[in-house]
Design a protein around this ligand. Structure first.
Ligand code: GLP
Length: 241
């Protein structure tokens, strides 16, 4: 695993955006696994800036997002589809038909998960997966206790995840209780993984995930078993490593 130390959030964002851009420049038709949350906002901002300067071209890129809340329509402001449109897709030349996000409005979980898995298979794997890390070690929405073999599935969010994400909603009660997420097995199949972490509140979990035991209780710890992981963290997030 490579660890890249950044000074602060904006430095982390630029460094991670550099890694992602290199991927797109080297392989324009890359399958990019994308994520949401506060962590990647700066990365997307930087990619948009470089795209506008003419340094990046997403016209052949394919994107697959990790997860989506169940029950939120794509145009609901807190849906991950809306997040991705606002932070990246509306500002770059990625083709709409090349954007893939689980459909949170599909009530039939089995059907939606099978559709997403079939899609991942059809794309023959993700070239680079961008990941954040939840305070409890979750990746995507794979909460502690999720078996490492899981493929795309529907999860019940833990109280700590609901609390961590409530600032995106008016009221904690509005946070959906379920989500569709790519499974740990699906994430581990990506050729390269780029995990970003920022802030003191991530320091403890980053330490546990990357230096502790590999256990489903800390989902991100599975990344110790992956052969191409780059962790870009700011000083605060890496302070306990
Ligand atoms: C959410 C997302 C994850 C993300 C995590 C961390 O739960 N489903 O993909 O990594 O939050 O979010 P943040 O970057 O806001 O700390």
């Amino acid at each position: 695993m490579r660890i890249i130390r950044a000074k602060d959030y904006s430095d982390m964002s630029r460094k991670a955006a550099n890694v992602l851009s290199a991927q797109v420049i080297l392989k324009p038709n890359s399958v990019l696994g994308l994520s949401t949350g506060s962590s990647p906002v700066g990365v997307y901002r930087q990619l948009v800036e470089w795209y506008k300067k003419g340094d990046l071209d997403f016209s052949s890129a394919i994107t697959v997002n990790l997860d989506e809340y169940c029950g939120l329509a794509p145009d609901a402001p807190q849906s991950y589809r809306c997040f991705m449109n606002g932070n990246l897709f509306d500002h770059v030349n990625v083709r709409r038909e090349n954007i893939h996000i689980p459909n949170g409005m599909e009530a039939d979980a089995e059907k939606e998960c099978a559709r997403y898995e079939a899609l991942l298979e059809r794309l023959s794997g993700i070239d680079m997966q961008l990941l954040g890390i939840g305070r409890n070690g979750h990746i995507g929405f794979n909460e502690p206790g999720t078996a490492f073999e899981t493929s795309t599935h529907r999860v019940a969010l833990t109280e700590s995840t609901i609390a961590a994400n409530k600032h995106f909603f008016e009221d904690e009660n509005d946070v959906p209780r379920h989500a569709y997420t790519m499974g740990i097995r699906s994430i581990m199949q990506a050729a390269r993984i780029l995990l970003i972490a920022s802030g003191k509140e991530k320091a403890q979990i980053v330490k546990e995930a990357f230096t502790g035991a590999v256990t489903p209780l800390v989902p991100a710890s599975v990344l110790q078993l992956h052969n191409n992981v780059t962790l870009v963290g700011d000083e605060d997030a890496l302070s306990l490593l």
